[in-house]
Design a protein around this ligand. Sequence first.
Ligand code: NDP
Length: 249
Amino acid sequence: MELSLNGKTALVTGGSRGIGRFIAVTLADLGADVTITYVSSADAANEVKAEIESKGRRAKAIQADAVSYEKAERVISEITADWEKLDILVNNAGITRDNLILRMNEEQWDEVIDTNLKSVFNYSKAAAKPMMRNRGGSIINISSVVGLSGNAGQSNYAASKAGIIGFTKSYAKELASRSIRANVVAPGYITTEMTGELDDNILEGIKEETPLGRPGEAEEVAHTVAFLASDLSSYITGEIIRVDGGLAM
Ligand code: NDP
């Protein structure tokens, strides 16, 4: 059996840049039609759409703030109206607003929890009905090793990413009888614009602590997502796979 997503349709939130972009392109490489959402990078999102179409797959790039449940419903309705079904959902959209707890304001807390965690509820709930109708589906939620271990200066981010794990396990239990699987991918330090904002000293520390001794590439996360999206992982649900070079081992 080979890893193929031929005939499948996928949705990747936050697919305009970074890890989400590589996930979207990898799913298309493997045969899926792919919709991406974004919030502000329209040009980058249209580039991803064109790249997917150049592979002979159908693509959509939809501007939709992941914080809004109403928008999540609209995105999924558009996909099922045009492509009939949704097989794969990757909840990838995420942000950081780092600060020590004593300095963190309410807005920094709320923005991260809403963007990283509420968005996962929004899209997973909106996807449930079409997946049930289609008698199956695979949901992959992008957490972080920070959700497993915590990190000074990232309490809001760690809480959102740990919350994703509890949510995914509950969702997996609720929907397993409908053949809908839900799993978590927890990346370590991956080179993207998000980690580009980190302080050089913090980055050096992370590299030193990573047994494989290097940052990860977005493709390496995308490969694990592709496995979980495919039928090769048909007996895996409620699992967390770290893609972190051994960092949180
Ligand atoms: P980037 O900052 O490079 O990209 C973030 C993506 O999310 C962009 O496409 C952005 O869209 C989108 N996005 C942000 N806010 C929203 C929103 N409100 N609604 C819809 N889309 C939104 O991040 P990464 O690629 O580094 O991270 C992707 C995921 O991986 C995140 O969940 C992150 O927490 C997680 N992760 C990343 C790690 C890393 O080392 N990079 C490590 C562990 C986890 P736009 O372009 O329009 O702004």
